[in-house]
Design a protein around this ligand. Structure first.
Ligand code: HEM
Length: 459
């Protein structure tokens, strides 16, 4: 009996068995990379060029013709040409009638033109179906194929069939497609590659503002105060001591600012008695940048840990230890071991270490590759429950560090509280509010509201 044969066909030909012909206008980097990728996927490619006989090296297997001839031979044309050169298309309009034109162009700056490139193209060639897309990918990504971080292709256009054709082709190339609607969304897509870390802007500004504030606050309290009141120059402390106060203070404040919007949202929902009313814009924006706030806060905590590690090797610290030892020898008097201090210092180190360990876990689980592998329940367990435990440990660490200093009048130089006390305000308030929200009757109401129940308003 003849064994059943299995037909094996290479991936490329399986993806496009009929060897569809696609056209690319433009033989620059992007055009060449796109062509190579299309050929590898099994398409046939024809380039349209102003100088078909001298347009430089092109991917092996591609044809090159004049614009008009190339356009006529394919139903889908990629526009890999800069917007400033689009005007030649007006003359080609008859050849492009009914064709799908994929506009992959970008601009160097936002708002350079009144009209999006793709809308301008549609106006120049009204008989064609313009689809904006692929502009968020680099020539590099196109040539090497999609990888996890840049798998997404955004499309928009007025013709559903044209978008469908482009989406099918993008899927064959290995990208995942997101339809952003009609061609009026083109400007938004064209602005995407010009954005510079938009979701990091607010957290970075906040981190900068808090760092500057606490730096000057502590500079005045610690260094300038000593200079003015005690005529002592301890400016060397700026480098390590001051930094090792500013960084943990900013870290603790920012960590609590990650959790504050969640508490405000819960209070708003309880007050309104429904989850169906929109939060104010500022709260929405704040909620959306919590991850970045948390990652920056983790960065500051890292700095605090590194600065703490070098404390024993500091010249100033070694000098003070040996001076104290020498004075004990001279006076022939040994300092008493103080178990309370030992307990306090060991406790705040230990709690700090535990807090930092959980902090790192929070940071790791917020990375897309990790969070994508977690179920929603696992993610919210880490980010919410463990998040509050982290905040508690870090706050407790700072309380233990402060211990009874708040009772000493000498702590309030020029009537100002020490920096660490200021950093305790938001996290302490937050932890108290969280405890209040966990009171069974409040928790029950909030859970019901979040499950869709609404308190009926009296008429
Ligand atoms: C202060 C150790 C983690 C927040 C301190 C100090 C030490 C220390 C030695 C006193 C510094 C000084 O004398 O100037 C540690 C260790 C940690 C750790 C060993 C973990 C490995 C954290 C974390 C936070 C934090 C995760 C939270 C963000 C603070 C704050 C202060 C402080 C706010 C008071 C700063 C001041 O005003 O002097 N920590 N810490 N620490 N730590 Fe930590």
């Amino acid at each position: 009996v003849k064994p059943e044969s299995v037909e094996l066909c290479p991936l490329g030909t399986a993806a496009a068995p009929e060897q569809e012909l696609l056209c690319i206008f433009g033989t620059g980097d992007l055009g060449r990379s796109l062509g190579q990728r299309l050929l590898q996927t099994g398409y046939r490619v024809v380039y349209g060029s102003r100088r078909p006989h001298s347009c430089g090296p092109l991917p092996k297997g591609a044809q090159v013709m004049s614009h008009a001839a190339a356009a006529q031979s394919a139903s889908l044309v990629f526009m890999c040409v800069h917007r400033v050169h689009y005007n030649f298309l007006e003359m080609l309009a008859p050849h492009l009638r009914g064709k799908v034109l994929v506009d992959v162009s970008n601009n160097l700056k936002k708002n350079l033109y009144q009209e999006a490139n793709a809308e301008y193209l549609q106006r120049l060639v009204p008989g064609s179906h313009v689809v904006k897309g692929f502009n968020t990918l680099s020539a590099w990504t196109l040539q090497n194929g999609p990888s996890d971080a840049n798998r997404q292709v955004y499309l928009c256009g007025n013709s559903a069939e044209a978008k469908q054709a482009v989406a099918e082709m993008a899927t064959k190339l290995g990208f995942s497609v997101l339809d952003r609607g009609s061609l009026s969304a083109a400007r938004e897509l064209e602005d995407f590659p010009l954005q510079l870390f938009p979701e990091w802007r607010l957290p970075l500004k906040l981190a900068f503002g808090l760092t500057t504030f606490f730096f000057f606050y502590l500079l005045i309290r610690d260094i300038i105060y000593a200079y003015v009141e005690q005529k002592k120059d301890i400016s060397f402390r700026i480098m390590v001591s001051l930094a090792n106060k500013v960084f943990p203070i900013v870290s603790l404040t920012m960590l609590s600012l990650c959790y504050l919007p969640g508490i405000i949202a819960a209070i708003l929902q309880l007050y309104r008695g429904t989850k169906y009313r929109r939060f104010p814009d500022w709260l929405d924006r704040w909620m959306l940048c919590r991850k970045q706030l948390g990652l920056l806060a983790l960065g500051f905590a890292f700095l605090h840990v590194l600065y703490t590690l070098i404390i024993p090797i500091r010249y100033y610290v070694r000098f003070k230890i040996s001076a104290s030892t020498i004075s004990q020898i001279k006076e022939n008097k040994t300092k008493e071991f103080d178990p309370t201090t030992a307990w306090r210092t060991d406790s705040y180190y230990a709690v700090g270490i535990l807090g930092f360990g959980l902090y790192v876990l929070l940071g790791i689980s917020s990375l897309p590759s990790v969070s994508n592998a977690l179920s929603w329940r696992e993610f919210s367990f880490i980010q919410s429950k463990l998040g509050y435990v982290t905040l508690f440990f870090c706050t407790f660490h700072t309380y233990l560090y402060g211990w009874d200093k708040f009772l000493r009048p000498s702590s309030y130089k020029w009537y100002t509280p020490p920096g660490y006390m200021l950093s305790l305000v938001v996290p302490s308030a937050l932890l108290v509010l969280k405890l209040l929200l966990l009171v069974p009757c409040v928790d029950r109401s909030l859970t019901r509201i979040r499950q869709g129940w609404e308190r009926t308003q009296p008429d």
